[in-house]
Design a protein around this ligand. Structure first.
Ligand code: C2G
Length: 134
């Protein structure tokens, strides 16, 4: 059983997230996702439109995702890799190099991000629509 692990906020799920999750799952037999809690998003200086529970329900419904657990801080990754006997750690390449410390425990793979789509763009569009009262 080859286990793949990734982390993220996965707010307003879009094709960039889906492509990342699909490519990550293809690297093993099961994909586990550390989903950023609302408090951790604050630490990441990131706000999300959807709260943790909504983001969790959507993620758990994905065919590529086998398990979702909370990501509450920057320091839990090593313990998570050991707890879940992770073989491959995957992140988008906007994180290139940031998690190389995990190479002592598992393979570390950075995948090319999907261009021209992000939760921030979608949130901005929604806000613009809101202000125009459409
Ligand atoms: N992603 C992507 N293409 C996009 C947007 C996101 O490939 N257009 C990838 C990111 O690189 C990341 C994953 O999708 O690997 C989740 O993205 P976010 O929800 O923005 O996660 P992030 O805020 O980067 O959190 O400890 C790690 C952090 O929790 C990662």
């Amino acid at each position: 059983m080859r286990t793949v692990l990734t982390y993220g906020t996965f707010d307003v799920l879009h094709a960039g997230h889906v492509r990342l999750l699909a490519r990550a799952k293809a690297l093993g037999d099961r994909l586990i996702v550390g989903l950023s809690t609302d408090d951790f998003n604050t630490l990441k200086h990131k706000s999300s439109l959807l709260d943790f529970n909504n983001r969790r329900i959507v993620l758990e419904a994905m065919r590529y995702v086998d398990l979702v657990f909370p990501e509450g801080n920057w320091d839990q990754k090593l313990a998570d890799v050991r707890r879940y006997h992770v073989n491959v750690f995957v992140m988008g390449d906007d994180w290139e190099g940031k998690f190389d410390f995990l190479k002592s425990e598992c393979e570390v793979v950075y995948l090319p991000r999907t261009e021209n789509i992000s939760s921030t763009l979608i949130r901005q569009e929604l806000q613009d629509i809101g202000t125009q009262g459409l």
